[in-house]
Write a protein that binds this ligand. Structure first.
Ligand SMILES: *[C@@H]1O[C@H](CO)[C@@H](O)[C@H](O)[C@H]1NC(C)=O
Ligand SMILES: *[C@@H]1O[C@H](CO)[C@@H](O)[C@H](O)[C@H]1NC(C)=O
Length: 562
């Protein structure tokens, strides 16, 4: 279908749309752990049932704190699950995540299903189970929640496509990722939480009308890294059939590892004795977590080896199907967070090539200035400040997000997982997850990190005044692709263009579908091939996570360093 006719179709649908409203019917069902009562909403004439905040694990409190999760014990009576629940503990920043209600008792998940799926199941109708999609949220393993209603409401996808959406919480920051074996803290607790939620889905989703044998896990950023962790971990095998990796993989963990992290953490919480257990049981979240960034580790169990080795040793289930991709310029958003002076949304500093090199040295180490300059700065004109700024962003985004994603795909097909499909989203939504991304003039025309979220979660269908027709077209297209992939294990044809898997025997080994309402059916290969050719980047030290504000000004002080 041509994009113009898609636009007309959606103008028409938009006119028919009405607000999501609550109705009286309260869906009830009985799981092996107990009964629950959800709520019902209308989405464009489709009745969608929401079950919000179902506990899948015992609250990770007291002796369960800093431990792997344990399954939820059965309860009596009917549990009301009709309100968005808490987020797991995380550092709080005004204007960023203050709207979340935080609690350590946060191991809950949400299920969205249609009345039709629910009734078919209740009536025992054969072969009627719907595909299931489990969302793992992002936030750098230190932030975020499945219960961010403004971003991750599963209602539009479920309402439009009659699939089951599940979104899960997992522990974050120190509580989710502290690795301190000498105190019995295994590390990766947050990944074990996700895995227990996936087991819950396998065991329970049929009650909602979902097919336990057609589970797709999908996630963005740290959620996408988590998806790839489940792909490589021997402990998550068989819990899902398909995986969608949106901007990030668990590759290159060495780059993120901070060997002194646990020690710094113990220092910060004033743990001077060797009685770690006592220190940890007295620890109140918030007193020390700010400023420390926790991350998955090669713990010897969930990740028995580095992810690259697990793939290379054919440790991955060859029958899974993978859809992976990135968003145009992943790093722009990151730089904005890192240095609000140099990359100020409205009045950024004018960048020259020497400034760009200086910043690259700060980010990746001085030894790599030439490596990055050759690849990212060589063709730029010296006075095109915005192009230089975007090139620095591209270098960062490729290093930490895009290239690890594509390198994982490359290694999967080289090691016996044949069904890997690629995409690149180049269209920026009218309302990004972080509003400042729309306000920043220098990134006005580039899609950046997290710009896939409004599209995949159908924000243009619920926030009509914030989005235009092109947004509607792309969102509908992406929801169509995502849900067909969940149904069939392969993405659909796009505008007569067959979507081929990556294939090393082909002259175009890494075809990736462009996701842009003005370029429907086009294939891109350049950015993927760039990553494949150059990865791994020769970094010999961790990437600098504490890039300071106002680097431009500091360059003058540090002049002799250049
Ligand atoms: C950046 O350069 C442009 C034109 O090259 C100029 O108009 C603008 O004032 C400069 N901005 C700053 C902050 O120096
Ligand atoms: C891979 O490419 C080769 C050469 O074009 C082709 O013969 C083969 O069918 C392709 N494999 C798949 C799975 O598409």
């Amino acid at each position: 279908m041509k994009s113009t006719s898609i636009i007309f179709l959606f103008l028409f649908i938009l006119q028919l749309s009405h607000q999501t409203t609550s109705e009286d019917v309260e869906p009830e069902l009985t799981l092996s752990s107990g009964s629950i009562r959800g709520t019902s909403v209308d989405f464009r004439g489709v009745k969608v049932y929401q079950f919000l905040g179902i506990p899948f694990a015992e609250p990770p409190l007291n002796e369960l704190r800093f431990q792997k999760p344990v399954p939820k014990k059965p309860w009596n009576g009917v549990l009301s699950v009709n309100k968005w629940g808490s987020a797991c503990m995380q550092p709080v920043f005004p204007g960023f995540n203050t709207e979340l209600h935080l609690s350590e008792d946060c191991l809950i998940l949400n299920v969205f299903t249609t009345d039709a799926a629910f009734q078919d199941k209740q009536n025992g109708k054969k072969n009627s189970l719907r595909p299931v999609m489990v969302w793992i949220h992002g936030g750098g393993f230190n932030f975020g929640s499945a219960n961010t209603a403004s971003q991750y409401d599963g209602t539009p996808i479920t309402g439009l496509k009659d699939v089951i959406i599940v979104s899960i919480n997992y522990r974050l920051s120190s509580l989710g990722f502290l690795h301190l074996p000498e105190a019995g803290v295994p590390g990766n607790m947050g990944l074990w939480d996700q895995q227990l939620a996936l087991k819950w889905v396998k065991d329970n989703i049929e009650h909602f009308g979902g097919d336990p044998n057609r589970v797709t896990i999908f996630g963005e950023s740290a959620g996408s890294m988590s998806v790839s962790a489940h792909i490589v971990s021997p402990h998550s095998k068989g819990l899902f059939k398909n995986a969608i990796i949106q901007s990030g993989s668990i590759y290159d963990l060495k780059r993120w590892a901070q060997p002194e992290l646990a020690k710094n953490f113990l220092n910060k919480i004033g743990c001077e004795s060797n009685d770690y257990k006592l220190c940890l049981s007295n620890y109140q979240f918030g007193q020390a977590s700010e400023g420390l960034t926790f991350w998955p580790t090669v713990d010897g169990e969930f990740l028995p080896h580095h992810p690259e080795e697990l793939v290379a040793n054919h440790g991955v289930d060859p029958n899974i199907n993978v859809l992976l991709g990135t968003v145009g310029n992943e790093g722009a958003f990151e730089l904005l967070l890192k240095d609000l002076v140099t990359f100020h949304p409205l009045n950024p500093v004018n960048l020259t090539i020497p400034h760009a090199k200086y910043i690259i040295g700060k980010l990746f180490g001085k030894k790599l200035i030439d490596f990055y300059s050759e690849r990212y700065l060589a063709s730029l004109s010296a006075d095109d400040s915005d192009a230089i700024r975007l090139a620095v962003a591209q270098a960062l985004g490729d290093t930490i997000l895009a290239c690890p994603t594509y390198a994982l795909g490359r290694d999967l097909i080289a090691n016996g997982v044949p069904n890997v499909y690629g995409y690149v989203q180049t269209q920026k939504p009218s309302q990004a997850v972080l509003l400042v991304s729309n306000q920043a003039k220098w990134m006005a025309n580039v899609a950046s990190h997290a710009d896939d979220i409004p599209m995949v979660f159908g924000h243009p269908f619920t926030k009509l005044d914030k989005f235009n027709n092109e947004d509607v077209v792309l969102s509908f297209l992406m929801i169509d692709i995502w849900t067909k992939f969940a149904r069939d294990g392969k993405p659909p044809q796009i505008s007569h263009r067959e979507w081929l898997p990556w294939n090393l025997s082909d002259s175009t080994p890494y075809p990736s579908m462009v996701l842009n309402s003005n370029k429907i059916g086009l294939i891109e290969t350049k950015s993927v091939e760039f990553c494949i050719k150059n990865w791994p980047f020769p970094l010999d030290k961790p990437y600098n996570m504490d890039f300071e504000t106002g680097v431009y000004a500091k360059m003058e002080e540090d002049h002799d360093e250049l």
